[in-house]
Design a protein around this ligand. Structure first.
Ligand code: BG6
Length: 477
């Protein structure tokens, strides 16, 4: 379904995110017929160049990152939508030109793909030059602050010129197909929800494992670490979608209210409930200290934690979270381990094992439900656990390659004015309020992160978190 006619201004249009994600994503939506041919995409950045030069730059980025041939006629049609204004975010240059380009009647969106330090300058100039009004929307990217104070300051800066309903804070995990599917699985089936609580669920494991290291972005990452880079945002969002109460409606504020309640109910982390790791050189591969170019760094490239949610639904059911770079495989999944049946009627049949529901987010999106059955054969009643395995690709006859990627979907949601998959200001602040003490405690300590080998499952110490509770991490593969 095509969206309404729009003007999208991309601040930071010559940057990495615009090249890799925003422009290729818009191109794909254009090819899918979702973008009206009258819409305009206006790049804005410091570089002095004209529309033609920007179109050439965009064509190169789109060819590289959307895998499209430079002579594809659809690319030429898309490039016609593009324009460029050289702008000085901290000065007066270019703003009148920008005002002249943005149409009154169309949906107006302004994508701040720039360092957060510039948010205030840009917001102020958009307002002072009369480019925006109460219908305009702005899109901002993570990192949204680096702690509670800076996030509050950013929220306050934006709030000077925009209402909350105009601000779209991107967490690209929320745009992933399977992440949204979590809500469909939970709230469109009767099967799971009655069991979705501490009475029936033993524990939950959320894993986001990556094979990439931090080479090439070490200077950003070293000031961030896994907690700021992944836990405060992406992992927290996954946790919320799994743990939240059913919203009364699939509506932006109803969903975000429920997520916020989960974050507020998180218990402060005990010092023994967290393990930090750092990948080390193994002869062939460089280690974190090489990649980050900081030989003294204590920044974690891996973190595992045991999280408790202090409310009726989850009292006594821990959530174990882990994420890291340079691990054995790229895999993101959520595993829900149910409790064992209270009583077994089968003597000598082997103990029934707990049911487990694994939702694979990427790659090979799908669901796997482990159930007990009778082992086939003449040997009498013997129990065996088998997977009811469903790959969404097989079930739906698509491998997902035709699905919009997270950025495409989220940008189209901005144009549609749907904030459901964007973080509200209070959510972001609550998430920082929970992670701040964890980060502070580490900074105050003199400890070093646990080393782990590149290509492994993470530090040995992380096993302890589970073993002491008589549980085990699922294998990363
Ligand atoms: C980003 C982080 O937000 O998410 C990166 O800054 C991380 O460090 C990335 O690699 C993971 O996203 P995806 O979509 O590849 O799982």
């Amino acid at each position: 379904i095509p969206v309404d006619d729009f003007d999208l201004v991309i601040f930071g249009a010559t940057g990495d995110l615009a090249h890799r994600k925003i422009l290729p994503g818009l191109f794909r939506r254009f090819v899918a017929g979702q973008i009206p041919a009258t819409s305009r995409i206006i790049g804005a950045a410091r570089t002095e160049q004209d529309d033609h030069a920007f179109r050439d730059e965009a064509a190169r980025a789109i060819s590289e990152f959307a895998g499209v041939k430079a002579n594809d006629p659809r690319l030429a049609q898309f490039l016609d939508l593009l324009g460029y204004v050289a702008i000085d975010a901290r000065g007066e240059g270019g703003w009148t030109d920008l005002k002249a380009r943005v149409r009154d009647g169309a949906v107006q969106a302004f994508y701040f793909s720039v360092a957060p330090a510039l948010f205030g300058d840009i917001a102020e100039r958009l307002a002072n030059f009369g480019i925006v009004d109460s219908r305009s929307r702005i899109v901002v990217e993570k990192p949204f602050g680096r702690d509670l104070d800076s996030a509050r300051a950013l929220n306050a800066t934006l709030a000077r010129h925009f209402d909350e309903h105009q601000i779209y804070r991107i967490d690209h995990y929320l745009g992933k197909e399977t992440v949204q599917n979590l809500m469909a699985v939970r709230f469109a089936n009767i099967l799971f929800e009655p069991l979705w609580n501490a009475q029936f669920i033993d524990h939950v494991q959320i894993t986001v494992a990556e094979t990439v290291g931090v080479a090439g972005r070490g200077s950003y990452y070293d000031k961030s670490g896994a907690i700021r880079d992944m836990v405060q945002n992406h992992m927290m969002q996954l946790l919320c979608l799994i743990a939240m109460e059913p919203p009364y409606h699939f509506d932006p504020d109803a969903v975000r209210d429920e997520k916020l309640k989960v974050i507020r109910a998180l218990e402060p982390l005990e010092p023994g409930d967290i393990v930090r790791g750092q990948y080390q050189a193994d002869g062939r591969e460089p280690g974190y200290l090489d990649d980050s170019e900081n030989p003294e760094s204590r920044t974690e490239s891996y973190v595992a934690m045991k999280v408790r949610i202090s409310n009726w639904r989850w009292q006594g059911t821990p959530f174990y979270l882990r994420t890291g770079k340079k691990l054995r495989a790229r895999t993101s999944e959520i595993a829900i381990t149910f409790k064992e049946p209270p009583h077994s009627i089968f003597e000598d049949a082997g103990a029934p094992k707990a049911n487990e529901l694994v939702i694979r987010l990427q790659p090979n999106e799908g669901m796997n439900l482990k159930v007990m059955i009778k082992e086939p054969g003449p040997g009498g009643m013997r129990l065996v656990q088998v997977p009811l395995d469903m790959s969404f690709a097989d079930a739906l006859g698509t491998d997902g390659s035709d699905m919009p990627d997270a950025y495409e979907r989220l940008i189209m949601d901005v144009i549609r004015g749907n904030q459901t998959l964007f973080m509200r200001g209070d959510e972001v602040e609550a998430a920082w309020a929970w992670t701040d003490p964890i980060i502070d405690a580490w900074e105050d300590s003199k400890r070093l992160p646990e080393p782990y080998d590149a290509g492994s499952s993470g530090p040995e110490e992380a096993l302890r978190l589970m073993h002491r509770d008589n549980r085990r991490w699922r294998e990363i593969r």
